[in-house]
Design a binder for this molecule. Structure first.
Ligand code: PLP
Length: 462
């Protein structure tokens, strides 16, 4: 597979041209980054433009390579993460239609901000049972069908929006959810920020291969790609209006910078070559098998690791309840041994693995966990606040997300928040899943939840 963006940049670098164009570093400074700066340019002649609607150019050619890999009708690169792709897919879904979306409640805050920008009304699907983390939410085809059946025809939402895999690696059954959506002729949009690699498993678990109409993938989260690199994919089996590449590009540029990073574009371009090679899927599938065993090994040390048929293979989620050490303490202990994880809250530590990790990494992890387990025996942590799980109740939505976010705000103590309206979504980042959404009234349930997550002040409408 060719790498048209990288090849262009490499040739340009080798020409040692006089650079009378942006960026200001002229391919030289800062000295420490000079090897990288040489590849960092702007839209000079021949470099194409990310939001060009023409069917030619090096970026277009590279995106066509990605389309082949993901078997999509359109794949558009984002240098601003899935965050930009989420805004774009929502815009595409509601343009010329009712600005209403039905969404599973465990959304990333990028979704809320997009809804504020585009002025989308959201109907929420809430978890039916107690959950131990805001990140996760089960949603069956039966529940989705019931929710859609409750609408009068003329009030149906313009899209259904779900997040899978979630931050804890749980996956929804996209095949059955998409069948429901198709029956109602409503597109299924998937936040697949954590699941770009699913396309390369021996059983393809990527949302596009399983019936989603559009999805975003943060290439940078799981693939060998620089931070910020992401895709918006449009399915071959969706409405024709979404499959117009020009329409996708015109929609994306509304929300995007006019200076997309060529370094990120190059890394997306080079990533195609890696992904095309059978060696990548071989390494990936081998790693999945290895991680199954590694999870067993971690379990045998005495840690509880999430493992269910719906969990994605590349995440290790260590649950710490009942271990005498909480998630945050475990994270700190690992960091003291130079092992850095993705995230921890009180009850869990999340590790993200890729084929670029190796056996030395796994051995170091196992040895560190053994040491920590042994020293934790003497120490009993009192923090088991999440042991019983919690319920998220539907909160009263008193203002639209947009009106609330644009309102004059004041910061107050959570203790004074009862009955007040939330302005900016309240979340801890990561995982950036809002505990309270703009426009919602703070009730006792939400206030208790905020305190559980050690959030003690909030922004409310004045
Ligand atoms: C579930 C989910 N969706 C969307 C995003 C935003 O992705 P990005 O950082 O690529 O913009 C994140 C980021 O962590 C995420 O966890």
């Amino acid at each position: 597979m060719k790498t048209p963006i990288f090849d262009f940049l490499n040739e340009y670098k080798n020409k040692n041209s006089i650079r009378f164009h942006m960026p200001g570093h002229k391919g030289i400074g800062p000295v420490e980054l000079s090897a990288v700066s040489k590849y960092d340019i702007t839209e000079i002649t021949g470099a194409d433009f990310l939001f060009s609607t023409s069917n030619e150019g090096i970026i277009c050619e590279s995106e066509k390579n990605a389309e082949k890999l993901f078997d999509s009708a359109v794949t558009a690169y984002s240098t601003e993460g899935s965050t930009l792709a989420i805004k774009t897919m929502l815009f595409l879904a509601v343009k010329g239609r009712r600005r209403k979306v039905l969404a599973a409640r465990n959304v990333h805050k990028a979704f809320i901000n997009a809804c504020a920008l585009i002025d989308i009304e959201v109907d929420w699907l809430y978890p039916k049972e107690a959950i131990s983390s805001l990140c996760s939410m089960k949603l069956s085809a039966f529940d989705l069908d019931n929710a859609l059946a409750s609408y009068k025809n003329e009030e149906l939402p313009s899209a259904v929006y779900v997040t899978t895999p979630d931050y804890l690696g749980n996956m929804l059954d996209i095949k059955s959810l998409s069948e429901v959506c198709k029956r109602y002729n409503i597109p299924l949009l998937v936040d697949n920020a954590h699941g770009a690699y699913l396309n390369f498993l021996s059983e393809n678990l990527h949302p596009l291969a399983n019936g989603a109409d559009m999805c975003c993938d943060s290439a940078h989260k799981t693939l060998p790609c620089l931070t910020g690199g992401a895709y918006l994919h449009i399915s071959k089996n969706t409405r024709d209006e979404y499959k117009s590449k020009a329409n996708v590009k015109e929609s994306m540029q509304i929300f995007a910078t006019t200076s997309p990073s060529y370094l990120i574009l190059e890394s997306l371009d080079l990533c195609n070559k890696i992904l095309e090679d059978k060696d990548y899927s071989d390494r990936l599938n081998k790693l999945c098998k290895r991680l199954k065993k590694l999870k067993e090994e971690i379990r045998s040390i005495g840690f509880n690791v999430i493992n269910n048929p719906y969990s994605e293979p590349l995440k290790i989620v260590i649950l710490t309840n009942g271990l005498g050490i909480n998630g945050k303490e475990l994270l700190c202990s690992l960091e003291k041994m130079n092992i850095y994880c993705e995230y921890a809250d009180i009850s869990a530590v999340i590790l993200m693995i890729s084929p670029d990790n190796n056996e030395n990494d796994f051995n170091a992890l196992l040895s560190a966990l053994k040491d920590i387990k042994n020293s934790a025996k003497e120490k009993i942590s009192s923090d088991n606040a999440f042991d019983d799980g919690f319920l998220i109740h539907p909160a009263e939505q008193k203002m639209s997300i947009r009106d609330a976010l644009f309102s004059k705000a004041e910061k107050i103590s959570v203790d004074d928040a009862l009955g007040r309206i939330c302005t900016s979504p309240v979340s801890i980042c990561p995982p950036c899943i809002p505990l309270a959404v703009s426009g919602e009234v703070f009730d006792k349930n939400t206030i208790n939840l905020l305190k559980k997550y050690s959030i003690f002040s909030v922004n409310v409408v004045q």
